[in-house]
Design a protein around this ligand. Structure first.
Ligand code: FEO
Ligand code: CA
Ligand code: CA
Length: 701
């Protein structure tokens, strides 16, 4: 990592800071929330003791013994005599949970899987799934054609079996963002362009380019079936659907109707158009899909100013909307000035909020529910899950008669982890998405002693009063980050995906990296300054009851190379499993933990990251701590999205942005750093891998 690195806070426009990654938002948590080290002076020991012994030492304090972190947290009683969940961790490790031979670090422009496995691909960006089924024309399809094809930059993904089948189902895939130089390759040919650059026509953008970009965002739903040759392929079907940055979407939950959601399009604050930057996902206990809205703030701009200085409300500022410049892709500059495009300029223009789009950014940053089996049903933004940079959402296993519980990370540096607990109990066959509209949103505090607590973000709780600027629940939810600041949540190293162990109920979350954390701000759960490699935290409850507000936690793995890593067992990572920047995370039914990595393209192959090679997917046994590298992807991509068929014999894995490491000069020369999956110098495309075992066995076993 660069030692001369400048903090984004030093930049009026964070996207100009040297550490900015395309698709990321700038640092926007300027709250004075203490880290543990601000309040626990005794924990300010040496960096090494925090890294490798700090948590164990802290836990020793709780348990009064010299047990290792793992041992201590696996005990069934605490010093206070209170039983804690996680007792199953004392059981002997299941032999043979990982049954494949690890693959080496990947360097080539290809996908490598273990011996005895086969990789196919489907649904690459531009695959026709709808309407006229327009064929993919590399970088040359129209905006209207893009709406009938899969989008760009595949991320979270789920396979919804039809009638329980492992050969026939609906694949639902998020399309996080776009790489304009590949999307418009025909029009942009020969120009020296960076991966996030769009080309203006003077001051404006061509309408059809903006339309195509909006239609390359969102979510694809399409049926896939297995043919006689054993390969899955998309089929035309009434369920096939594209949800884009233009699709009409309902708003539900406590923020519905809030004055902060009133726009010219939605004078009642109850609807919006589109979903953007859909990163990871969730599947509800009633079998619907939820798409997250992650790095949406940069798509907007505002020119509101006072005395020559930008003047943005906290609903925009705390989320990193930057004033006075064009939005990320300049959608608001579409030449024709159509309403659905100019709304990305949130400047005050009318006499009231119902006459302009000052509140348009408040309609983003939510979790969006989609029922893939009801192609005509409008998606719904569920506001009680909070408004932030949602990475995704993961539901605890639903228990009849108990509240529904789900978790969501806010992926930005120093942001928080949240959970929602429904008011109503789960009733199989009765419960639907409306159960998410009433309950309590909490934010996590991780204490240095290995305990933790969930802080309610509700009127009158944790300082959230009208006097403090939170008039009602709607205002709290629109300003979730500010509410969490006030409540005193723990600032994390970029929370990404979460996963719940189906056999123990333990919750795992990836904390991908945070090179902005200083020595003075490290704490036991975020134990490294200039954290470039990331870590995975996990927690559990007494009786595995996810609705409780108290939990205990430990670090499952501190990622890195052989010198800097540590699994909870005390082992370091080595040849078969060094990795950096854990992002995607998923448990299969047997409790194999699948870990996907996302080293940003600006850091890939440089310095300490060189040894990590291409982004990869690993598989871990959560009980023994064994981790093996299962897959390495092609050049410039991140591995993101993983699910299997119900029989666990076919695994779908997403690859996002192959070729993103192409330099502007090489792009101009028509040379791309990757041409996966088509090869032979073709434009690289995000794609879904379909992985099977040659002997027809369970993936990973
Ligand atoms: Fe879209 Fe946080 O990864
Ligand atoms: Ca991610
Ligand atoms: Ca990512």
């Amino acid at each position: 990592m660069r030692d001369d690195m400048n903090f984004e806070a030093d930049y009026a426009d964070p996207t100009q800071s040297p550490d900015f990654e395309p698709g990321d938002e700038g640092l926007s948590n300027t709250s004075a929330n203490p880290t543990f080290y601000d309040v626990v002076e005794t924990a300010r020991a040496s960096r090494r003791s925090v890294l490798f012994g700090g948590l164990a030492a802290a836990v020793t304090g709780v348990f009064g013994t010299g047990l290792s972190t793992r041992g201590a947290l696996a005990q069934t009683t605490t010093a206070g005599g209170n039983p804690v969940a996680g007792a199953t961790a004392t059981a002997a490790p299941t032999p043979g949970l990982l049954g494949f031979k690890a693959v080496s670090v990947g360097m080539g422009d290809t996908v490598v899987v273990p011996e005895g496995y086969t990789v196919r691909t489907l649904g690459a960006w531009g695959t026709p799934i709808l309407g006229d089924m327009p064929a993919f024309r590399p970088g040359a399809n129209t905006g209207a054609e893009q709406a009938m094809q899969t989008g760009m930059h595949h991320d979270g993904m789920h396979f919804f079996p039809i009638d329980g089948s492992s050969d026939d189902g609906l694949l639902v895939v998020n399309h996080e963002y776009i790489e304009p130089r590949f999307l418009h390759a025909e029009a942009y040919k020969g120009q020296a362009l960076d991966s996030d650059e769009v080309v203006y026509d003077g001051e404006t953008r061509p309408d059809d380019h903006v339309l195509k970009e909006m239609n390359a965002h969102g979510v694809s739903v399409y049926r896939i079936t297995k043919g006689a040759d054993g390969a899955f392929a998309p089929v035309a079907d009434a369920h096939n659907r594209r949800i884009t940055a233009l699709t009409e979407i309902d708003i539900a939950g406590p923020a519905k109707g809030s004055k902060l959601l009133v726009t010219k399009y939605a004078p009642n604050g109850d609807r919006t158009r589109g979903t953007i930057n859909n990163c990871a996902y969730g599947v509800t206990p009633w079998n619907t899909y939820m798409a997250a809205e992650e790095n949406w703030a940069g798509y907007f701009t505002s020119h509101d100013a006072e005395n020559g200085e930008p003047k943005l409300p906290r609903e925009l500022k705390r989320y990193g909307v930057v004033a006075g410049k064009n939005g990320r892709y300049g959608w608001e500059k579409a030449a024709g000035g159509a309403d659905e495009y100019i709304r990305f300029d949130a400047s005050t223009k009318g006499a009231s909020a119902a006459e302009d789009y000052r509140n348009e950014p408040n309609q983003f940053g939510w979790m969006v529910e989609i029922d893939p089996f009801k192609p005509d049903a409008k998606p719904v933004k569920r506001t009680h899950l909070g408004r932030f940079g949602h990475e995704g959402v993961v539901f605890a296993p639903a228990v009849e008669g108990k509240p529904v519980v789900c978790y969501s990370g806010d992926d930005s540096r120093f942001e928080y982890i949240y959970k929602f607990v429904s008011k109503a109990p789960f009733q199989k066959g009765v419960t639907d998405g409306s159960i998410l509209d009433e309950g309590t949103l909490y934010v996590a505090r991780f204490n240095p002693d290995g305990s933790g607590e969930w802080l309610a973000l509700a009127p009158g709780e944790n300082g959230l009063t009208p006097e403090a600027g939170f008039a009602d629940l709607g205002e709290i939810l629109v300003n979730t980050r500010a509410a969490a600041d006030l409540a005193g949540a723990t600032k994390m190293d970029r929370p990404e995906w979460g996963a719940v162990d189906p056999n123990t109920g333990e919750v795992y979350f990836t904390l991908t990296n945070n090179t902005k954390r200083t020595e003075a701000k490290v704490d036991p759960v975020n134990p490294r300054a200039k954290n470039q490699f990331g870590q995975i935290v996990r927690w559990r409850y007494r009786d595995a009851d996810h609705a409780q507000t108290a939990f205990t936690w430990d670090l499952f793995v501190i990622a890195g190379d052989a010198d800097t890593s540590r699994v909870f067992t005390g082992e370091a990572l080595g040849e078969d499993n060094i990795f950096a920047c854990p992002d995607g995370l998923w448990f299969d039914a047997d409790s194999r933990l699948w870990i996907q990595t996302d080293i940003g393209e600006d850091n890939m192959y440089k310095g300490d990251m060189e040894q990590m090679g291409n982004n990869q997917m690993l598989c871990a046994d959560p009980r023994s701590g064994e981790i093996r590298r299962f897959l390495t992807g092609p050049i410039g991509q991140e591995v993101t999205g993983v699910i299997t068929t119900p029989d666990q014999k076919t695994m779908f894995v997403g690859l996002q942005h192959p070729g993103a490491t192409t330099s502007p000069e090489d792009y101009a020369a028509g040379k791309f750093s990757s041409s996966y999956p088509d090869g032979n110098g073709a434009i690289p495309r995000s794609v879904t891998l379909v992985i099977t075992r040659d002997d027809g066995g369970v993936i990973g076993a």
